[in-house]
Design a protein around this ligand. Sequence first.
Ligand code: GTP
Ligand code: MG
Length: 370
Amino acid sequence: SEQITVADLAQRMAVKAREVTKLLMKMGEMARESDTIDQATASLVVEEMGHNPVLVSDTKVEDDLQDAVDERSSNVQTRPPVVTIMGHVDHGKTSLLDKIRETKVATGEAGGITQHIGAYHVETDRGVITFLDTPGHAAFSAMRSRGAQATDIVVLVVAADDGMMPQTEEAIDHARAAGTPLIVAINKMDKPSADPDRVLNELTTKEVVSEDWGGDTPMARISAKTGDGIDELLELIGLQAELMELEAPLDGAAQGVVIESKLEKGRGAVVSLLVKKGTLKQGDLVLAGEHYGKVRAMTDERGQRIKSAGPSIPVEILGLPETPAAGSEFLVVTDEKKAREVADFRTNREREQQLERQNKMRLENMFEQM
Ligand code: GTP
Ligand code: MG
């Protein structure tokens, strides 16, 4: 099989050859710098080398931070559900969100400039519901891989005239992998060609079975065009949320997830956050991913200035020096020194992981060339 010398491998990883021989010895393999090792062993070495040797103390930095946040949180209350709408291309995700917004968000308030912050909340008879309106599948996966579970419920939109399609199946898989409950919205019911029974049938092949058919997936027949069935859908979301008994501490340091962030001329980093715990206030010191800064200004999804935001409420903030990646966790810290320490630590870790990826890639390329 393919071989590489220890010296070569070390050079390509930008480490001393002695480091590699030492590691090999630990792995039970005696090799000198001029000796060759096979690809499997080389891969192991790269993986090992990529690992951060002070991993234990690393997680301690994050754990301490989390402890400090938890210590300050209190007054646990029911919180609104956070809902993500998914589905195949053109099945009506945007139309559904627009219709809900149009019918449920008070329109025409003075000075209310609707702006896109990637999330909004609506009042319904069963309480507030927050919708994430950015996550396509990629964003959903990114959040999941970052461990930031932002969504409580997935609403799967399936067009009644088109049926289950590849992205419908993908969304089912995503929701299942994340353990997120699913509600199906069979859309475009106003169309003469609508065939909801066909949709129900097709969904059973993915083990998504309607409650009407003895399964456990709530389904609503809707039209995002006429608005028919949307109240029923909101009702199902509310019921599901009640079942889940979603709670969060209302008081204490805020914690949550970055929904979107962008740089804007004259405003700097404009960052949309979804608060998951505690209450975020203007003036708070926010640590988001690798960046931290004081919340200079905060607005809701209608562009109205607000002073504080509790659990499941999306906001847009100004005050971070740079844009954290969507899906990063944020939290409020009291101590600027601590914020800097953790931000630095994360920056270093990110750099190391990047190096690790590069090493891996280099190694792969190298073997391809052999
Ligand atoms: P992508 O963002 O491209 O994945 O699509 P989408 O799922 O957001 O679909 P979108 O809301 O853009 O709707 C696609 C098309 O279907 C548009 O032309 C809508 O007007 C139409 N449409 C959406 N919902 C309905 C509905 O309930 N009835 C009818 N008749 N048309 C609908
Ligand atoms: Mg869309």
